[in-house]
Design a protein around this ligand. Structure first.
Ligand code: ADP
Ligand code: MG
Length: 557
């Protein structure tokens, strides 16, 4: 039957290819909600100071051990479009707030779980979406009302913010020291703008790691740390009051001359050829000498012969310096990165001093105007240092956000329970089915204290009952002490988080949940279970084979 015959007979037109799959309405919603919840559930057990870690093994066999939500989700081999939308929540949260990724993803999952209950009661997705949107706006507004101000020079409070963010990331033993390093680092790169606001430039803070020593020996250094050796033994290892060249060009014989075919027929010709190369290297070294540089940090290679000439000229040269280090060095010593020695000028050089550490392993580079600081993070093994680094990086972002935003709230579930209570009051003013969605939203926020309790081996229902009672009683900062199970003023107990991070978690979780709820039709050009491993994990139409990567992880969790 051709197309016009079909149309005449009033038959539905087939527009999809044979291999494509289509899932509609409630089936589509349930499929998506299941996928999203699977992601949320995968990270829940890591929430809070008593959260567990996950061991992730990639296809190359490399192991990451972490408690960090966004790291887990990025490393997991997830192959499902809806699940990927939830992972984006974590990524947005990481970019915008630097922390709170697990919270954001867990809330998104719980919103969808509660939405599913509403859909089952035949409430239209549009009403749920609208109610969630209203609740999210209201909750953000209330964060603003509840938040307390923090002064940029309130070191004690900022340290608490840093410590709260670091908890559970392998920092326990050296919490105080690490928090102090973070607060000091942020302080050094904070400038007060003309309008009185504070701008923190984290570009000027570098996190450098070194394995083999205890984390307690971590330190904050002015300037940069370059984990390299001089290229030649006869070079100086230190230079004070030095002109520093940052070079993004190899000090080697140029490609063109090595690539061209030279036919050499006699020893004379060979000698001539070698002389030619030597001349070129000598010229490059001469250009460096003429520029007045005492030290060269080169992003690329340095030829053996050039190394020798540089050593003879008493120039300290370091090769294959990481691009990120070169960039940071530029912040520290000034000048510019030179990419062609032919045009190097004195004004391109930076200025500062270079020295060597006691173990003769790294260079310290200090600039004249002390721009840029380095946190040198030490730890016993690679896995330990890596997890510390993630924790410190988050804490740096969090303290920076706190300084520039100037608002904090009490953690340990306190803010979430207070918001839930205020949302329930607000729900009374919302008419129709949206009211139920606002209430469902309030319940979803309480997932945070419930999971914190659960992960600490406490009874989550009892905890929530106690917390609600305290908040009814007007105790806005009542949260959970996960170590004792008591309801305490978590702000006073030092569990303090930036308000901005909470606002961001609420809005990105809501956006993702609403995005998922809006979908009533999934049209896939091919099998929805892209992995096609036949490992059908349940009743969702089209199977959840697309979550195959996660199914595989399931056993390890
Ligand atoms: P996220 O990725 O969301 O930041 P975390 O594992 O860092 O996840 O856990 C953050 C949660 O743990 C927050 O709700 C925070 O208030 C809570 N928390 C952190 N430290 C404590 C503590 N000492 N006692 C109780 N709750 C805490
Ligand atoms: Mg955190």
């Amino acid at each position: 039957m051709n197309m016009s015959q079909r149309m005449q007979q009033g038959q539905p037109m087939i527009i999809l290819g044979e291999d494509s799959q289509r899932v509609k309405d409630r089936d589509a919603q349930s499929y998506n909600i299941r996928a999203a919840r699977a992601v949320a559930e995968a990270v829940r057990s890591t929430l809070g100071p008593k959260g567990m870690d996950k061991m992730l093994v990639d296809s190359m066999g490399d192991v990451t051990i972490t408690n960090d939500g966004v790291t887990i989700l990025k490393e997991m081999d997830i192959d499902n479009p809806t699940a990927e939308m939830i992972i984006e929540v974590a990524e947005t949260q990481e970019d915008e707030a630097g922390d709170g990724t697990t919270t954001a993803v867990a809330i998104a999952g719980e919103l969808l779980k509660n939405a599913e209950d509403l859909l089952e009661q035949d409430i239209h997705p549009t009403a749920v979406i609208k109610g969630f949107h209203l609740a999210s706006e209201k909750a953000r507004e209330e964060v603003g009302n509840i938040a307390e101000t923090v002064e940029p020079d309130d070191e004690e409070l900022l340290k608490k913010v840093a410590e709260t963010s670091m908890t559970g990331k392998g920092t326990e033993l050296n919490k105080d020291l690490l928090a102090q390093l973070i607060v000091d680092a942020v302080k050094q790169v904070t400038v007060e703008a003309a309008d009185g606001s504070h701008i923190v430039d984290l570009e000027n803070v570098k996190l450098e790691t070194q394995t083999g020593r205890s984390a307690s020996e971590s330190e904050l250094l002015t300037g940069a740390v370059i984990d390299k050796d001089p290229v030649h033994d006869n070079m100086p290892t230190e230079a004070e009051d030095a002109n520093i060249l940052l070079l993004n060009e190899a000090i080697e014989v140029e490609e063109a001359s090595t690539d061209t075919n030279v036919s050499i027929d006699s020893p004379d010709q060979l000698q001539q050829f070698l002389d030619q190369e030597e001349k070129q290297l000598k010229q490059k070294v001469q250009q460096i000498v003429d520029s007045g540089a005492d030290v060269v940090f080169c992003q690329k290679g340095i030829d053996d012969l050039a190394q020798h000439y540089l050593a003879k000229e008493d120039i300290l040269a370091v090769r294959r310096v990481k691009k990120s280090d070169i960039k940071f060095l530029k912040n520290v010593v000034g000048g510019s990165v030179v990419s062609d020695l032919d045009s190097v000028e004195v004004s391109d050089l930076g200025h500062g001093s270079v020295s060597r550490d006691d173990e003769d392993e790294l260079f310290y580079v200090e600039g004249d105007d002390a721009h840029g600081v380095t946190i040198l993070l030490r730890g016993s093994t690679d896995h330990v240092v890596d997890e510390l680094e993630r924790g410190i990086q988050d804490a740096l972002d969090v303290v920076a956000t706190t300084v520039s935003d100037g608002r904090v709230v009490a953690g340990g579930g306190a803010i979430e329970v207070e918001l839930a209570s205020r949302l329930r009051d607000y729900a009374d003013s919302v008419s129709g089915r949206e009211q139920l969605a606002v209430e469902a939203f309030a319940d979803a926020l309480e997932l945070v204290p419930r999971v914190l309790a659960e992960n600490a081996g406490l009874d989550s229902i009892d905890t929530l009952v106690d917390l609600r009672a305290a908040h009814e009683d007007g105790q806005v900062r009542a949260g959970l002490n996960v170590f004792t199970g008591d309801v305490v003023d978590t702000f006073d107990a030092g569990v303090v988080e930036p308000a901005h991070s909470k606002e961001q978690a609420i809005s990105s979780a809501t956006e993702a949940a609403n995005l998922v709820l809006k979908i009533d039709d999934i049209i896939a050009a091919g099998d929805l279970s892209t992995k096609g491993d036949g490992d059908d994990e349940g009743g969702a139409p089209g199977g959840m084979g697309g979550m195959g990567g996660m199914g595989g992880m399931g056993g390890a969790m």
